[in-house]
Design a binder for this molecule. Structure first.
Ligand SMILES: [Zn+2]
Length: 261
């Protein structure tokens, strides 16, 4: 999930990561992992072949010279973003392959910069999410928004095979963005209180009660594991470019903030 920087001077941060953060040219064909994914099979042969054509690097089809390159963030339209991801076998969590996926995800999220990332966003159809919100990111937002969104900094979380549970009926509507749909925002209604459980990067069980903005990030990333993007559940007619973020909502759109019934 993209972090929601709002200050005009930081608009540059919405540009593609390749433009802003990484001056060295990055080529999609250079994306590769140290080891291939022999066990990954897709249900649909047609989608398998098209995924391979775009995200083939994770199958070990990439350029072997580029093992240290970070993968690019996959953009909307790539089948890997629109299909459910597979559970990680807990016995594999300690493997070099899974640990490298986690490392790549964290680096790619921070490079973007974003506050969350799911493995399909680097072309890996596995159920792994990472999230992190920092005081620095939050400091770019107006105080009134930070309060309305109940946004608080939290340390890096790596959750493998996450399971989500709603903990209350409270929901809120806010704009959100996605690194796979960069440059755009839309209003999405999300639960304000969720519990997420799963395994950490050492394979140990973790359970977390998330509320406010952190709950939104968790839900956004877990949706990715179901092949769902925020645009699949946005409030219609709220989709817009980042530059138009502050323009009024169309008549009939629900108000931003906690849903009042
Ligand atoms: Zn996203």
């Amino acid at each position: 999930m993209e972090s929601l920087f709002r200050a005009p001077s930081l608009r540059l941060l919405f540009l593609p990561a390749a433009v802003v953060v990484s001056p060295a040219p990055r080529c999609p064909t250079l994306r590769t992992l140290a080891t291939p994914f022999p066990s990954i099979l897709r249900r649909n042969p047609a989608s398998f072949s098209s995924t391979t054509s775009r995200a083939g690097w994770f199958l070990g089809l990439g350029d072997k010279k580029a093992k240290t390159e970070l993968p690019d963030i996959v953009k909307a339209g790539d089948p890997v973003l629109h299909e459910p991801a597979r559970e990680v076998d807990p016995k594999e969590i300690g493997s070099e392959r899974i640990q490298k996926i986690v490392d790549d995800m964290v680096k790619a999220m921070r490079r973007a910069p974003g506050v969350g990332l799911a493995a399909p966003q680097i072309g890996v159809p596995l159920r792994v999410i990472v999230l992190e919100d920092t005081s620095e990111y939050i400091s770019y937002q107006p105080k009134s928004e930070i309060k309305a969104q109940d946004r608080r900094a939290f340390d890096l979380l790596v959750i493998i095979n996450p399971k989500l549970k709603k903990k209350s009926d409270r929901t809120a509507l806010f704009f959100e963005g996605c690194l796979s749909v960069d440059g755009f925002r839309a209003v999405v209604e999300r639960s304000l209180d969720v519990e997420v459980s799963g395994l950490d990067r050492d394979g140990k069980p973790i359970k977390l009660d998330a509320s406010g903005w952190q709950a939104r990030i968790v839900q956004h990333e877990c949706d990715h594991l179901e092949g769902v993007l925020y645009v699949d559940k946005m409030v219609p007619r709220t989709f817009r470019t980042v530059d138009n973020l502050d323009l009024p909502l169309a008549d009939g759109c629900p108000k931003l903030g906690p849903r009042r019934s």
